[in-house]
Write a protein that binds this ligand. Structure first.
Ligand code: NAP
Length: 530
């Protein structure tokens, strides 16, 4: 494929433009991994319309990420942002808020980037349910195409409460804004949560499909935008040594942990409705699991990768209600201390019912019923108010058949640890001889750290996902069937908890969860305490 050279300049002119090579832009579904390849891809001109532009996500994540892309020279030459929300903000007011967001939350503090981009940001005041607001948006977008060279391409970002999706999708369809014609693209990015069970996810997928085709739809799970999550595929399929061991013959079990040290804070009301199983396990942990467990895809195109991920989910057994208690543990944090400071128990948090049974911690044993993983359990756990914020995957290998060392007492298994955050990297734990005349074994680590191995700073996950949506590359977004399969599994757990007479366990804030979680693993296995 002939590579041509084009200049990708950040709009506004003050930012040092970078040269980026591009191959045939229509082939943007090709290999999405790696900085080398990323630089070979260039986004086409477009307008990003953010529904919910006065909200927290826009300020905290979206605008700072756009500035990160501008800083790296990845925004297309014709680019604009239209903020859509109900508040009576002026263009100037919107820009001031955005600049503030960049100052507070931007990578490397890049407010000066915003000065250069500022006039590409405009505000459109309307209620999501008001058709006239979309008619006037359409006119505004056409005018922006003329003034800023955005070429009729649109991306609609639903940064809104899920209750607003339906009105927005219907209005986009009714006004023709979701229709692609004359080679111009119209795409929609949908935030999590995507439904609260399989029925609502299917209904939402139906609504999305009434306005957009699947290839126009980008369902965000920001975990997939993390470099270290993408590195799971690179580690497995760019190397020859791991894959032969990556199966039930050699792997004893897999632990996937997403731990948060924060409590529910001001989101108590929201959390009461979701719990950790819906908030974290259905999306982030399931996505990580699919990347760890999937078969090698035939290529790195979006559908080849997602087909393999869906096969993993389909192979995971749903639970019968009576099996849920023996395969899961749920719990709530009680009062405890962090760094010497007293913190509240969950039931005392704002917006939480005194008799709440919502879980702030869950651990689950999943069985992937396929040839590769039939006898290897996957243990997933996530919780709030755990001692550290950490996300990791621990692949624990089986013991050698005979223990020759330390009188047969050397029993520590090899662990391949994929550290997703913080302290991103990969470590291998193995036994080594302690120097000296006697033969004693101790476990040691071989450690790769992203921060020291690569000089470049990792982009925020939202940067990567916004950029991929501009390219039309859906590899790192969840497909409709993935979301529904993940809900099937989670729904069976939630149904079992409803059916169970067992109340959630308790754990003291600042500890690694309830004791019963250890028994879930079975004899000889322990949860890692990162
Ligand atoms: N915040 C985060 O860090 C984060 C992280 C991950 C996922 N998410 C997801 O992202 C989405 C947005 O979250 P958020 O925290 O940004 O929400 P938020 O702060 O509550 O913002 C909601 C936005 O929607 C607008 N809005 C609501 N109803 C409207 C209506 N009828 N007409 C016009 N505008 C309306 C609000 O505009 P007005 O204020 O002008 O009324 C506001 O701009 C949610 O789905 C959330 O789950 C958020």
């Amino acid at each position: 494929m002939a590579a041509t050279s084009v200049q990708v300049a950040a709009i506004g002119g003050n930012i040092t433009p970078r040269m980026a090579k591009t191959s045939d832009p229509s082939s943007s579904h090709s290999n999405p991994l790696g900085d080398e390849l990323r630089a070979t891809r260039a986004a086409k001109p477009c307008v990003l319309v953010i529904f919910g532009a006065t909200g927290d996500l826009t300020k905290r994540k979206l605008v700072p990420s756009l500035m990160g892309l501008a800083k790296d020279g990845l925004l297309p030459p014709g680019f604009a942002v239209v903020g859509f929300a109900r508040r009576a903000w002026s263009d100037e007011g919107f820009r001031t808020e955005c600049a503030d967001g960049v100052r507070q939350f931007g990578r490397s503090q890049t407010p000066e980037c915003f000065d250069a981009l500022g006039d590409a940001f405009t505000f459109h005041q309307s209620d999501f349910g008001d058709r006239a607001g979309y008619e006037s948006l359409k006119k505004k977008l056409e005018q922006i195409d003329r003034s800023r060279g955005t070429a009729g391409n649109r991306i609609f970002y639903l940064a809104t409460p899920p209750s607003s999706y339906s009105a927005i999708l219907q209005n986009l369809a009714a006004t023709g804004l979701s229709t692609e014609k004359d080679g111009k693209f119209a795409r929609v990015i949908v935030e999590k949560p995507f439904g609260r069970d399989i029925a609502t996810a299917v209904a939402l997928n139906d609504q999305v499909r009434a306005a957009f085709r699947e290839r126009q739809v980008f369902r965000i799970d920001h975990y997939l935008g993390k470099e270290t999550v993408q590195n799971i595929l690179a580690l497995r399929f760019a190397n020859g040594i791991f894959e032969p061991l990556w199966n039930e013959k050699f792997v004893d079990h897999v632990q996937i942990t997403v731990a948060e040290s924060i409590g529910v804070g001001s989101r108590g009301g929201y959390f009461e409705e979701s719990g950790i199983i819906r908030d974290m396990i259905q999306n982030h942990l399931m996505q990580v699991l699919t990347l760890v467990a999937m078969e090698p895809p035939t290529s790195l195109t979006a559908d080849a990768v997602r087909d393999e991920k869906v096969k993993v989910l389909k192979a995971i057994r749903s639970f019968r209600p009576e099996d849920v208690d023996s395969n899961t543990v749920r719990a709530q944090y009680t009062r405890g201390s962090f760094g010497g400071e007293e913190v509240k128990g969950y039931k005392n948090e704002e917006g939480v019912a005194a008799e709440s049974v919502t879980e702030t911690y869950a651990a689950v044993r999943l069985h992937v019923d396929n040839w590769r993983w039939a006898r290897t359990p996957f243990f997933l756990r996530s919780g709030k108010r755990l001692p550290r914020r950490v996300t990791e995957v621990a692949i624990t290998f089986k013991q050698p058949p005979l223990s020759l060392f330390d009188g047969g007492r050397w029993q520590t298994p090899n662990v391949l640890l994929l550290r997703i955050q913080p302290d991103e990297g990969v470590a291998l734990r193995f036994g080594a001889k302690v120097p000296g005349p006697d033969v004693h074994i101790r476990d040691v680590r071989m450690d790769f750290r992203y921060g020291t191995a690569f000089a470049s700073e990792s982009a925020d996950a939202y940067e990567r996902l916004l950029f991929d949506s501009m390219l039309g590359d859906g590899t790192l977004f969840a497909r409709a069937d993935e979301v529904e399969e993940a809900w099937r599994i989670v729904d069976s757990i939630v149904a079992g908890w409803k059916h169970s007479a067992r109340r959630p366990e308790e754990y003291v804030a600042g500890t690694w969860g309830p004791e019963r979680a250890d028994s879930l693993l079975g004899p000889g296995r322990t949860w890692r305490k990162p």
